[in-house]
Design a protein around this ligand. Structure first.
Ligand SMILES: [Zn+2]
Length: 802
């Protein structure tokens, strides 16, 4: 029965296994070749997808159990006492995303045990669904004591934070994936019952709440493709059209400040935004709506020109997990959430399917190999939520997060990677990604069996071997990546220092052939025969990338890229475990060398550079030559926390030199703040540009308020001291820290802390050093007691002692 359902749908061309309708007239003109038809056997992706199946999926399932996410459903079904519940009303979605990832995984690797586990989970979910289709454990479990984000009236607080429709959206996505993988309707029926409730509750003349966190739009489009029920598509469009267009006040945060068709810039929460742009693309493809397309094309240009990290990450600021202003791309405090990278892949893949332009795949490839892949450790069980581009050791992948969105999202995304390799439009075959693989592709011209032979991304040679050819001719469109044409990104945000184009060669059966370029593709049309071999030789040069001068965080710095891989320098590969003090000349020669035993096998880059160190009583830096080694950015932080940088200084002014030997830098730091990673900030001699500078380590006591806290220097030997200077951390108006309400300085005297006798003391201000002068004392240490403000916390960038 299960195969029957699926094969009928596939045979009738209504859907493919990715759930995209084949009827090109009412959907994307280009259709992806489903990932089930593309089998990776390469050394880069295949092992990572295997780790996802063997480690990440079971691990996430175990964590969902341990944290009570599955119990939430049992409690909603009345099968367990409610007691203590999990933290967020969207915790249900982790279970849905897990089922989605496991379903994808089942399509390529049948696993009866896993399929049974999913069936059990699905029956638990079914029991938690209310009779009319409503499915939201946080209300059903405790209808009388609701979480503050939830209104007693269903949906009422969805535009704000209840996430009822967000839960529905992930339910729809997961249910379709499970149905297509197994042919079983058990999960799909739950989703349809929920979707039919939405049809009854929402629409013109009914409830008009816009979804506070988008994703239901994509989910409804997917349900429409599987069922053909047009009301689902209409509802997706309704949810888009009521944004910024009703009685409910919207905000930039949730992209509801204007009607979606009036939006031309990327603003607000980056995951919400990119899911919405993806949903707009889906609805536009299915309805032919031109206004949506115009809006998302403008927004895409805005992101490319102003708001994209070199790693493909989006969302510059942790405040609202949001896009920043144009060119606001800080490295150390970069947010670049893993979910936002996944959403950005979805969005760019849809833009490609709509336009057939390789520039979208260029961006997709950049995200995939860098800012998305960094989200998971090589071991598959540690995860980044933000993906910073620089670190002083304060960042570390976590085993879990209270808000676990990125983890479950990663597990569902990884098995789908083979689905981004090929796409087709009639008899045109788009070759978008280069991965050693075999594929079975159905074209109108006939059956095609294709093998890709390549060691991409480390080598630029790609062989395409025709194992079985259709009887009629067809066209191969080979993507010539932007990086191979000396174009770092579409637009002017990043550029390669070397603008000289290198030759790209395409050979057919060993002989160079003529081809024309169209929208970034080399187009080759002919009548192909079994045994034909098409070879592509891409110039895999090491490129130095420079950022637009308006990105102030990247001034006097370059980054390294080789093929699609963005590099970083990390502590363990460099002298003294330090990289923030490194300077490499702009003209330095760089070598590439493959290290099979490092980080599961990576191409490393090396150059001559120097380390910088401050000196006492002079501003001249001490420089010493050293070899500088860079590794792929995605592979950083697999050897513990430490220093890392993507943007390497080529001028001393951009470096963070090692501290000079001063009383402070030679001291041992301790504090009532127990996070040891923050202590280094006190005496690192980093000059903050302002109190809210977050491009370095600072010590803070957030979320404590209105308490007295301390930080202490134990000198390496008794010193006579008579002054100190403090640079306070203050991230107002949005952050939680302000300058202290007061402070007191004490010195160590025979085992006791005694206040110094103050002779002069500056007022406490931000954005400058505040000094204090006192009667000289000979002591083994100083202790600073900080009185936190009544309603805020406080922090310190630097403490100088003389
Ligand atoms: Zn996330």
């Amino acid at each position: 029965m299960r195969n029957f359902c699926l094969s009928i749908l596939l045979a009738t061309g209504l859907i493919t296994q990715t759930g995209i309708a084949q009827d090109a007239q009412h959907d994307y003109p280009i259709q992806p070749v489903p990932f089930t038809k593309v089998h990776f056997h390469d050394a880069f992706w295949a092992p990572k997808i295997e780790v996802n199946a063997k480690v990440s999926i079971p691990y996430t399932l175990q964590k969902c159990r341990e944290t009570g996410r599955i119990d939430n459903f049992l409690k909603a079904a009345g099968k367990m006492p409610v007691g203590k519940i999990t933290e967020y009303p969207f915790d249900d979605t982790d279970v849905y995303k897990l089922i989605e990832g496991a379903s994808y995984s089942l399509q390529t690797k049948p696993d009866p045990e896993l399929e049974k586990t999913l069936d059990t989970l699905i029956s638990i979910i079914a029991d938690a669904q209310e009779p009319d289709g409503y499915l939201y454990t946080f209300r059903t479990m405790k209808p009388d004591t609701l979480h503050p984000w939830i209104s007693p009236k269903r949906w009422e607080k969805d535009p704000d934070l209840s996430h009822e429709l967000y839960n529905s959206g992930h339910l729809f996505e997961a249910a379709v994936a499970h149905y297509l993988a197994t042919g079983k309707r058990n999960f799909l029926d739950i989703a349809l019952k929920n979707a039919d409730l939405l049809l009854r509750d929402f629409g013109p003349g009914k409830a008009a709440y816009f979804p506070g966190h988008q994703v239901v739009e994509m989910g409804l489009a997917r349900l429409y493709r599987v069922t053909g029920k047009k009301e689902y598509l209409d509802l997706a469009k309704f949810f888009l059209d009521i944004r910024g267009n009703g009685n409910i006040k919207g905000s930039e945060y949730s992209q509801s400040h204007k009607m979606v068709t009036d939006q031309h810039e990327a603003v607000g929460h980056a995951v919400r935004a990119a899911y919405m742009y993806t949903g707009m693309a889906d609805v536009a493809a299915l309805t032919g709506n031109k206004e949506y397309i115009n809006a998302i094309q403008d927004i895409w240009k805005d992101v490319m020109e102003h708001k994209l990290y070199l790693t493909g990450g989006i969302g510059a600021t942790g405040h609202g997990e949001a896009f920043g202003a144009a060119y606001q791309l800080p490295n150390m405090s970069a947010y670049a959430e893993t979910c936002a990278s996944i959403a950005n892949v979805y969005w760019n893949s849809r833009m490609f399917l709509m336009n057939g332009d390789a520039q979208y795949v260029d961006v997709l490839e950049r995200i995939l190999y860098n800012g998305l892949l960094s989200g998971v450790s090589l071991s598959g069980d540690r995860f980044f939520y933000p993906n910073p581009l620089a670190s002083m050791g304060q960042h570390q992948r976590s085993a879990w997060f209270g808000c676990a969105c990125c983890i479950s999202n990663m597990t569902r995304f990884m098995p789908s990677v083979p689905g981004y390799v090929y796409a087709k439009k009639e008899n045109d075959l788009y070759v978008n990604l280069y991965v050693a693989s075999t594929s079975d592709i159905e074209l109108p011209a006939g059956k095609l069996q294709l093998e890709q032979v390549t060691e991409y991304p480390w080598k630029g040679q790609v062989g395409l071997l025709i194992k079985q050819a259709p009887s009629k001719s067809f066209t191969v469109r080979l993507r010539i990546p932007g990086w191979a044409r000396q174009e770092a990104v579409p637009g002017s945000l990043y550029a390669f220092l070397d603008t000289q184009r290198k030759p790209i060669r395409i050979l057919l059966n060993g002989k160079a052939i003529e081809y024309k370029m169209e929208k970034g593709y080399a187009v080759i049309n002919r009548s192909w025969k079994k045994g034909d071999k098409l070879e592509l030789e891409l110039p895999l040069e090491i490129e130095k990338v420079i950022a637009n001068q308006q990105v102030k965080d990247n001034i006097n710095r370059f980054a390294l890229q080789r093929g699609p891989i963005v590099y970083c320098i990390e502590g363990p590969d460099n002298k003294d475990n330090a990289v923030n003090n490194i300077v490499v000349d702009r003209s330095a020669g760089i070598q590439a060398n493959y290290e099979p035993d490092l980080l599961n096998g990576v191409m490393v880059l090396t150059a001559k550079g120097s380390s910088t160190k401050r000196q006492v009583n002079t501003s001249t830096l001490l420089r010493s030559e050293q070899t500088v080694k860079a590794i792929p950015y995605y592979s950083w932080n697999n050897r513990g926390a430490g220093e890392m940088q993507v943007w390497i200084p080529y001028a001393e002014s951009a470096a963070m030199p090692m501290p000079a030997p001063t009383i402070a830098s030679k001291s041992t730091v301790s504090s009532s703040q127990k996070n040891p990673r923050m202590l280094k900030g006190m005496n690192d001699q980093y000059e903050p540009s302002s109190s809210q500078d977050r491009n370095s380590i600072y010590l803070h006591w957030w979320p404590k308020e209105n308490t007295t806290e301390w930080v202490q220097y134990d000198f390496d030997q008794p010193q006579t001291v008579q002054s100190s200077k403090f640079y306070w951390f203050d991230d107002g108006p949005f952050g939680g820290c302000r300058i202290p309400a007061g402070y007191q300085l004490l010195y160590e005297k025979e085992g006791n802390w005694v206040p110094v006798e103050v002779e002069q003391q500056d007022a406490i201000t931000k954005d400058a050093y505040n000094s204090i002068r006192f009667k000289p004392v000979k002591t083994k240490g100083l202790r600073l007691e900080v009185k936190l403000p009544e309603k805020h916390s406080a922090g310190i960038h630097e403490w100088i002692v003389n």
